[in-house]
Design a protein around this ligand. Sequence first.
Ligand code: HEC
Length: 141
Amino acid sequence: MRDNFFLLSITLISLSLPRILFAQSEHPLHQGIYSAEQASRGEASFMASCASCHANDLRGNSNSPGLVGVGFLFLWEDRPLAELFNKMRSEMPTDRPGSLSTAVYLDLLAFILQRNGYPAGDSDLSGAVAEEPTVLIVAPP
Ligand code: HEC
């Protein structure tokens, strides 16, 4: 009887474990929503158009907020990725809002995601995904 109970427990644990792991890795931001090439294009654009205020390491300065780390996550966690994308696209850079192409804003978002520790995947972040309101920002894996 004891042995049966033991076997039953093991079976239940091994059945539920993959589901727990799957639930955590299921989030789009944990699956690789952008490509590494896109992030490196984004890095070049960031250095040209954004680093003067947000700094080369994205940590910001006394006038501009940092775009990485716990402070950034504190502000953006559980909010749609689309909100971050639209804010960048309509308000940044502050001296020339909306002056870059959609493709460049997508590259910039890919770079910011990469620097925040989200993994790269096989394909570029598309406008459709970046504007999809159900994709929420969650903590990096
Ligand atoms: C001239 C300085 C300046 C430049 C250049 C600039 N920003 Fe900003 N950025 C700011 C300031 C100031 C804020 C905070 C005020 C606000 O949120 O509107 C900000 C806010 C942001 C935010 C929101 C941060 C948060 O946590 O709320 C993002 C994302 C961002 N910038 C991205 C960019 C990107 C990408 C570029 C390059 C295309 C860029 N910025 C260029 C000054 C700048």
